[in-house]
Design a protein around this ligand. Structure first.
Ligand SMILES: NC(=O)c1ccc[n+]([C@@H]2O[C@H](COP(=O)([O-])OP(=O)(O)OC[C@H]3O[C@@H](n4cnc5c(N)ncnc54)[C@H](OP(=O)(O)O)[C@@H]3O)[C@@H](O)[C@H]2O)c1
Length: 140
């Protein structure tokens, strides 16, 4: 069974009442939006987190911090974004309509240093532009 956007209180509720433990919780996880406590809670309950929108719906592509980091690792901007979510222990769910992007998005065998992982938790403030209307991006 999988769930989506379940907070800890939702999981606690379902764990006390349901007969089947959710195996998967889909959460919005990307550089700049890391629900660390919830990720840790899911880990203690053996609930796999699937990180949706790891590239922040594409809005992160112009982030200067991440551009600099991508250049440092010699990769394109989406790659450290995807790798970041993998190193958090999640399954990353990037979406693309481009076969070339899909191939690039699978090339994430490099390792992000722990200092850079920390930097990716809180990159420079982002403007989600037209995507700010989506609740997940506006914080509403
Ligand atoms: N459970 C939930 O509540 C929930 C909510 C939202 C989303 N999701 C799921 O999560 C997945 C991803 O969501 P998302 O579309 O919001 O965000 P995303 O994967 O963070 O971003 C997708 C955007 O990034 C671009 N992109 C991807 N790879 C790229 C690359 N290598 N270079 C340049 N641009 C690249 C795509 O454009 P191109 O097509 O041009 O590559 C697209 O505009 C979807 O499968 C969606 O169904 C689940």
């Amino acid at each position: 069974m999988g769930v989506s956007n379940f907070e800890q209180r939702d999981l606690e509720n379902i764990l006390t009442t349901a007969t089947v433990t959710p195996h998967v919780n889909q959460l919005l996880v990307h550089a700049g939006n890391t629900p660390s406590e919830l990720l840790a809670y899911c880990e203690t309950k053996d609930i796999l987190v699937e990180a949706y929108s790891p590239i922040a719906h594409g809005a992160i592509l112009d982030n200067p911090d991440i551009k600099t980091m991508a250049a440092k690792y010699g990769v394109s901007v989406p790659q450290p974004c995807i790798r970041y979510t993998l190193q958090l222990g999640t399954v990353s769910l990037p979406k693309t309509a481009s076969p070339a992007h899909m191939c690039a998005n699978a090339e994430v065998g490099f390792t992000i240093s722990s200092a850079d992982m920390d930097a990716l938790r809180n990159p420079q403030a982002q403007d989600y532009g037209e995507h700010s209307v989506f609740p997940v991006y506006s914080g509403k």
